[in-house]
Write a protein that binds this ligand. Structure first.
Ligand code: ASP
Ligand code: MG
Length: 406
């Protein structure tokens, strides 16, 4: 007997019928004798609808009110699940972030959890209740409602699992685990039984949409075993866990892609101290995240600098960079929206040589030009022309033998 945290995403709670299915999964754990905390997202599409409402009300909605509004989707699902559970004869209690006291900092829309008060929930658990908690939200020191960023209910679930020292955190979603790559574009994609926190984090950050990166960071920090499972089938599942030294290391565990990329190049910049700071400071002040950066070796006192941003930030970034380019005496600014980033990920890279060369060669054989490269210990990313995304993923999957084992 232990304590389990279950998290269900938007597609798993999209209507009352599906919420009944969730209730079934909760009851099964309860009947097995576990204490149970269930964390829910809003119904699929609801958070987007609320965001559109806010943006239709004002071009610049007040941040506090914006978070109050977009957090409401979860209130609907947690109370509905509790109603369903009660109706099925189980004691259940729903909690909003402030009712638990999931305390966060005050950065609306991307608040970070600082502490979770376990008392109120523990009291309900002691009474035998299934506790149902709203994901994605918290409360700051001044009692303002905050939200944790899109996909934030994963982080809510892992944070609760850490606070309660749960035996497991089960993340139920519409896929039955973590795959070597997107099965939608590569028929040979294989489900992984296990993946390390570090690999999962790189996968989440380079385009796999299964878990919010912050939830993986937190799982690693507190060593929470996370299972990614399907809401709709009992088969499969992937365990995200710490590196197992015994495990024979595969070179790669996965290939990801991200089409949400735009490339900006500042051409012919006078090469002197401070130009990079001049370019990137105004972007960070506007909360625009820069992903890859490449600066060419300077020749005759001039250099080019290329970087990528998310598509949604492209227009704003371009405007800011064009202003700075003028100030620092650069020649011009070029933008390219037809790009994508393809990444290969694996802890085995550390001990195998030639992985990068193999990646580049595999793409060269298909005539795919690499525009930018970045690496970490366990990841290599390339920016390529967007139209080659599927081809690149498929040939790399083949070249590194990630296909289903026969
Ligand atoms: N409902 C929120 C969102 O759509 C949080 C979540 O789904 O994890 O981003
Ligand atoms: Mg999600």
């Amino acid at each position: 007997m232990g304590l389990i945290v279950q998290k269900f995403g938007g597609t798993s709670v999209a209507n009352v019928e599906k919420i009944r299915n969730v209730a079934g999964k909760a009851i099964r754990e309860k009947q097995a004798g576990h204490d149970l905390i269930v964390v829910l997202s809003a119904m699929a599409g609801e958070t987007n609808r609320l965001i559109d409402l806010a943006n239709s009300a004002s071009a610049n909605p007040d941040e506090r009110e914006y978070d109050s509004l977009i957090s409401t989707g979860e209130q609907v699902t947690i109370s509905l699940l509790s109603i369903v559970l009660n109706d099925m004869g189980y004691r259940a209690r729903s909690f909003l972030g402030f009712q638990v006291k999931i305390l966060t900092d005050q950065s609306f829309q991307k608040a970070r959890i600082s502490t979770i008060d376990t008392q109120a929930i523990q009291k309900e658990l002691n009474k035998g209740s299934i506790v149902v908690v709203a994901g994605f939200q918290g409360v700051d020191e001044e009692n303002n409602i905050t939200t944790l960023g899109r996909g934030g209910s994963d982080t809510s679930a892992v944070a609760l699992a850490a606070a309660f020292k749960a035996d497991r955190c089960d993340i139920y979603t519409d896929v039955d685990g973590v795959y070597t790559t997107d099965p939608g574009i590569c028929a040979g994609a294989r489900r992984l039984d296990k993946i390390t926190y570090d690999e999962m984090l790189e996968m989440a950050m380079t385009g796999a949409k299964i878990l919010q990166p912050r939830s993986v960071e937190m799982a690693k920090k507190y060593n929470v075993p996370v299972y990614v499972k399907s809401s709709f089938s009992d088969e499969g599942g992937t365990l995200v866990t710490k590196e197992d030294k015994e495990m024979e290391r595969e070179v790669l565990s996965g290939i990801t892609y991200d089409r949400d990329q735009a490339k900006i190049t500042v051409v012919h910049i006078p090469d002197r101290p401070g130009v990079a700071a001049n370019l990137f400071l105004p972007l960070s002040e506007r909360n625009i995240n820069v992903d890859m950066i490449i600066q060419n070796a300077s020749s005759q006192g001039f250099t080019d600098l290329t970087f990528t941003v998310s598509k949604k930030d492209m227009k704003a970034a371009q405007k800011i960079v064009e202003e700075t380019a003028k100030e620092i005496g650069a020649q011009n600014v070029e933008v390219d929206e037809d790009v994508a980033k393809v990444s290969i990920i694996g802890v085995g890279m550390v001990s195998h040589s030639g992985v990068a060369a193999k990646m580049f060669k595999t793409m060269a054989n298909e005539g795919i030009n690499i525009m930018m490269i970045s690496t970490s210990e366990i990841k290599i990313s390339c920016v390529i022309q967007r139209k080659y995304t599927e081809l690149a993923v498929t040939v790399l999957h083949d070249a590194f033998h990630l296909e289903k084992k026969k």
